[in-house]
Ligand binder design. Sequence first.
Ligand SMILES: C[S@@+](CC[C@H](N)C(=O)[O-])C[C@H]1O[C@@H](n2cnc3c(N)ncnc32)[C@H](O)[C@@H]1O
Length: 213
Amino acid sequence: MNLVDKYIQQFRNPSGFVGRLVGINMNFGHQRLYKRALNMINRNNIYKILDIGCGGGRFIQMLSKNFPSAKIYGIDYSETMVKTTSKLNRELIERGRVIIRQGSVSKLPFSENSFDLVTGIETCYFWSNLSNDLKEVKRVLKPGASLILVNEMHEHHDKNPIVEKLLNKVDLNLLTTRQFYNHVKDAGFTSIEIETKGNLIEIKSIKPIEDIT
Ligand SMILES: C[S@@+](CC[C@H](N)C(=O)[O-])C[C@H]1O[C@@H](n2cnc3c(N)ncnc32)[C@H](O)[C@@H]1O
């Protein structure tokens, strides 16, 4: 396997020295996605936010700037990413504004009805069981709170051939807008909004107000 392939395969679960480089690079390469996610947030009453698959931690930093009265939680199953995010956000962690945990989206270490907002950037392609994992996300959201997912790629008829070649190496679970809609709906979310722009896909949905898990 050549170096480029080794690097690309780290996206799923970055580890070691190369994993750390991947995390730091994503912090720069995903800026456009972070900004799009921020623009999707309804800013009222946001006091507790969870970013799943927090990677290198730059989005956590941006969330903390944009929501100065909120406490920001980050979770990632990669030990290397937990360390990288924690290093970048050390001061915020020391001040108690940010908390980073190691763990999987499939079993979130948080109680029911905890968060005003959950975000996931470029991560849900790697979740082992999207429908179940979305239900787990819903469990920790407060009723009426939003889930925001942003992915740089989705399955569609006009995929860029370079992207396609890359995908074969990473083993991403790439979904169409319809498949995404069905998964999010099956998990019990409501007000599902899905937008695409070229390869990019944005998904916003809400835990029903009457859903006290
Ligand atoms: C491509 S990176 C994106 C990182 C970050 N969100 C960003 O946009 O810069 C995907 C991240 O999701 C994490 N991840 C993948 N599957 C996960 C799971 N099941 N539970 C928690 N984290 C997961 C990986 O470890 C990795 O850090």
